[in-house]
Design a protein around this ligand. Structure first.
Ligand code: TTP
Ligand code: MG
Length: 578
């Protein structure tokens, strides 16, 4: 709630005007029954036409005033609610941008999307409604009770007894609905999650003909949402009959005692009509109130969910040492007794990892699937912190460097290529906004992808992704390498990025990368890569089981010889088939 109020606070001027205007509307509504009583008692009963016309005119003018106030109020209510929602959304987005990888495992993508869109919408609607009617409904109830007492205290006694009971009932309901709505929102998350997974994996679903399975999964999630929604609304719907029952009962009581009062002189007809008028207005207000409860409970659930994102602890703390900002890496990387496991898991992924990668060398990391190669990479740009030991670049602990200057100097080509929808040029510039066309062409050439791009009809301006050209997995990989090279990184990390390349192209690529004289570490499964590397790290189940050059490892490591023999056997077999 705190975040919502501080966001709303910026528009307090609009909020105050809107609230003052609701008070105008409220005053008119409360005065009207009084005027009605006067018209009846002094005008109609005494057949005085002039009084009827005068007070009728006053009522008309007041109604117009209330109408005008309503319109201006809507304007300011919309202003405050829309702007608050806009600020909240931007705030959430900025916060999510600062998230560490550990934070992302705390909030699934689909849930973050629901929070930034749906939950903020709930808040926006609630602020609008609050400024329009939320304050008016309770004040109308309270004001009606007070005015009824002013008109005739005896007859109003029944309201003094019933209204507090109803209010307690409504507050209880609000608590209960709040808890239910929190569950509803988490079901919305789940539906979005299934949709998101399906849209991302649509090709796979079709290839595996899993459509009916996925449809069932969606049905399941949608059905859970429906059931939760229904249960919540059923609870809320019980309010209306209860309110009407109590209020109608009050009317009967007022009429009963009112009739006696008129006969004995304790009340006038006008007073009885006025009080009944107040009761009907109250019934209306209470019904609106029960609707508001629904919206408000939902908003409270949403506000909590939004608060959770704002309050998420971004565990990667930025050390503020601006002196380092201009520092350029020489590129020596040291892992010193590094231990690592993913946050929230118990299984350790990297153990006692110690090695040095010399500046400007090409190092290959070889290991079976699941050995921890990608995990090792993620520690270098500090996507995660280690659990023990340090990662140092040029002798300085990465956790002591400003993230921005650390990451700016690292070109990271992840295992799964990610291109953004847009042109090839835009995707390249994403690596380095200042790059000019010549630099881009050079990077594409070095990444061995220039010929492919040049042969496209629109060249660099071709769009990729939906509605654009489709690139193969290997082509995307090389585009991602070009993007990383464009950064002129001091350290280049290639996670299995040459897997799709034939030996000759791979050799040209590695040769071209040497020109950049950056420290290069490449994860690979292929001996053809390790043979050419200056240095090899052999990783097995999170531990370093060998390091050195190709010939050195062939001599010293059984595992390396095994891998070499198995790949050699395969290539000889392939050769025999030719
Ligand atoms: P990786 O470091 O991903 O293993 P790898 O890169 O060597 O394997 P591959 O060749 O197939 O790419 O995984 C090591 C372990 O860490 C594995 O048990 C899965 C686990 N892991 C997580 O728990 N969360 C993650 O985000 C990643 C990347 C891995
Ligand atoms: Mg990997």
């Amino acid at each position: 709630m705190r975040h919502i109020f501080s966001a709303l606070n910026r528009y307090r001027f609009a909020v105050i005007i809107a609230l003052l205007l609701t008070l105008t509307e409220l005053a008119v509504e409360l005065v009207q029954p009084l005027i009605m009583a006067r018209i009846i008692d002094q005008g109609v009963v005494q057949q005085d036409m002039e009084t009827v016309l005068f007070w009728g005119g006053v009522m008309l003018i007041l109604s117009f005033a209330a109408f005008g106030a309503g319109i201006v109020n809507s304007f300011y209510a919309a202003h405050a609610s829309q702007n608050t929602a806009y600020d909240l959304r931007n705030g959430l987005f900025a916060k999510v941008q600062s998230f560490s990888f550990a934070n992302f495992s705390q909030f699934p993508t689909s849930s973050l999307m629901t929070r930034i869109t749906n939950d903020v919408n709930q808040i926006q609607n609630t602020i609008f409604m609050s400024l329009r009617i939320m304050l008016r409904a309770p004040l109308l109830v309270a004001g009606s009770v007070i005015m009824a007492i002013v008109v005739n205290a005896q007859l109003a006694l029944i309201l003094v007894l019933t209204i507090p009971l109803l209010v307690v009932f409504l507050v209880y309901l609000m608590r209960k609905a709040g808890a239910l709505f929190k569950q509803v929102q988490s079901r919305v998350d789940r539906v979005n999650n299934v949709v998101q997974e399906n849209l991302t994996a649509i090709r796979m679903i079709k290839a595996f003909t899993r459509r009916s399975y996925e449809t069932e999964r969606f049905d399941g999630a949608a059905d859970e949402l429906r059931v939760k929604m229904m249960r919540t609304f059923r609870l809320i719907e019980t309010t209306m009959p209860v309110i009407l029952l109590v209020m109608n009962f009050s009317i009967i009581v007022v009429l009963w005692f009112g009739t006696t009062g008129v006969n004995t002189g304790g009340a006038t007809i006008g007073e009885v009509v006025a009080i009944i008028n107040y009761i009907t207005r109250m019934s209306g207000a209470l019904t609106v109130f029960s609707m508001i409860i629904m919206i408000f409970s939902r908003a409270r659930a949403s506000a909590e969910r939004i608060g959770e994102v704002f309050e998420a602890d971004v565990d990667l703390k930025e050390p503020g040492d601006p002196d380092d900002d201009a520092l350029l890496f020489n590129g020596e990387i040291v892992f010193d007794n590094v231990h690592f496991r993913y946050p929230g898991t118990r299984q350790s992924v990297l153990n006692r990892l110690s090695f040095t990668v010399q500046s400007r060398e090409q190092t290959a990391v070889l290991g079976a699937t699941g050995a921890g190669k990608t995990s090792l990479f993620q520690l270098i740009p500090r996507l995660y912190d280690t659990d023990g030991g340090t990662v140092r670049i040029d002798g300085k602990d990465v956790s002591r460097m400003p993230l921005k200057s650390l990451r700016r100097q690292i070109g990271y080509v992840p295992q799964e290529t990610m291109l953004f929808s847009g042109t090839i040029e835009e995707n390249l510039r994403w690596g380095n906004e200042e790059a000019d066309e010549n630099e881009m062409i050079q990077a594409l050439k070095d990444a061995q992808i220039y010929d492919t791009i040049a042969s496209l009809k629109h060249g660099l301006q071709s769009t990729v992704g939906q509605r654009g050209v489709n690139l193969s997995g290997g082509q995307k990989q090389r585009l991602a390498i070009a993007r990383a090279l464009l950064r002129r990184p001091s350290i280049l990390l290639l996670d299995d990025s040459t897997s799709a390349l034939d030996a000759k192209t791979e050799q040209s690529l590695l040769q071209a990368i040497r020109k950049y004289s950056c420290t290069t570490i490449m994860i690979t499964q292929k001996m053809s890569t390790t043979v050419r590397a200056d240095n090899i790290l052999l990783l097995d189940e999170g531990e370093l089981v060998g390091k050195g050059s190709h010939s050195q490892l062939l001599r010293e490591s059984d595992l390396y010889r095994e891998i070499y023999a198995s790949q050699h056997a395969v290539s000889e077999e392939e050769g025999a088939h030719e």
